[in-house]
Design a protein around this ligand. Structure first.
Ligand SMILES: [Zn+2]
Ligand SMILES: [Zn+2]
Length: 222
């Protein structure tokens, strides 16, 4: 990629002004998930809690789920730009947000949710994989990108929550046994159906415990 052209073309993902991935004003408007959270699943709650309705909906043995920002406003605009594929620095920017917002989890390795090459939403980029690589560099953790594979690629977009559950439950298979404490990484958590399927496969493949980190998250309780 022509780096000079990339920099010259750099526009704010939030408002389009030239010069940066996100301008100062839009950085100030990032919807950080910083308030009281469910200690387990990371859902914003009026006060810290250890179990919430989102935990119950996840219904899988997961240690913690954490995300940097809510999928709204500037956060939503960032996700759209990232998925557009022409914005190479956005994986690095997303990772920087995660590192700023989420403490490094006590894990041994990182596994990304397998990319959906045929999914029209992502144009030529593999967001979860790129984010996993960036986090691996920042946190000095190995990335095993081939542990999970996608066994069918029906897009989740446009499906109801119940349809997503059914669609995602058979979406992944573990290609190998895995040990230790695993961090599962995805770009965004919507209903949690994709993450549940990934966590389940990792646990069945031998992971001692699984933590989850996503860059953004659909927050239902805000
Ligand atoms: Zn802006
Ligand atoms: Zn919860």
């Amino acid at each position: 990629m022509d780096l000079l052209r990339l920099l010259a073309d750099q526009r704010c993902a939030g408002c389009g002004v030239r010069g940066a991935v996100l301008c100062r004003a839009c950085r100030g408007a990032l919807p950080w998930l910083a308030g009281p959270l469910c200690l387990r699943c990371g859902e914003p709650e009026p006060q810290p809690t250890i179990r919430c309705p989102v935990c119950r909906r996840l219904g899988v043995k997961v240690e913690t789920v954490r995300s940097a920002i809510a999928l709204t406003g500037v956060g939503d605009a960032l996700m759209h730009c990232w998925k557009d594929g022409a914005r190479a620095p956005l994986a690095a920017f997303a990772a920087a947000c995660v590192v700023a917002a989420v403490p490094r989890p006590a894990v041994d390795l990182i596994v990304p949710i397998p990319g959906a090459r045929s999914r029209a939403a992502w144009r030529g980029v593999d967001g979860p994989h790129d984010l996993a690589r960036q986090l691996g560099q920042r946190w000095q953790l190995p990335v095993q990108a081939t542990v999970l594979e996608r066994v069918h690629e029906r897009p989740q977009r446009g499906l109801s929550a119940a349809q997503r559950q059914r669609n995602a439950s058979g979406a992944f298979a573990a290609r190998s046994r895995i040990g230790g404490r695993v961090l599962l990484v995805d770009d965004v958590m919507t209903t949690g159906a994709t993450l549940r399927a990934g966590v389940r496969q990792l646990r069945q493949a031998g992971a001692e415990r699984v933590d989850v980190i996503t860059f953004a998250r659909v927050v239902t309780t805000l």
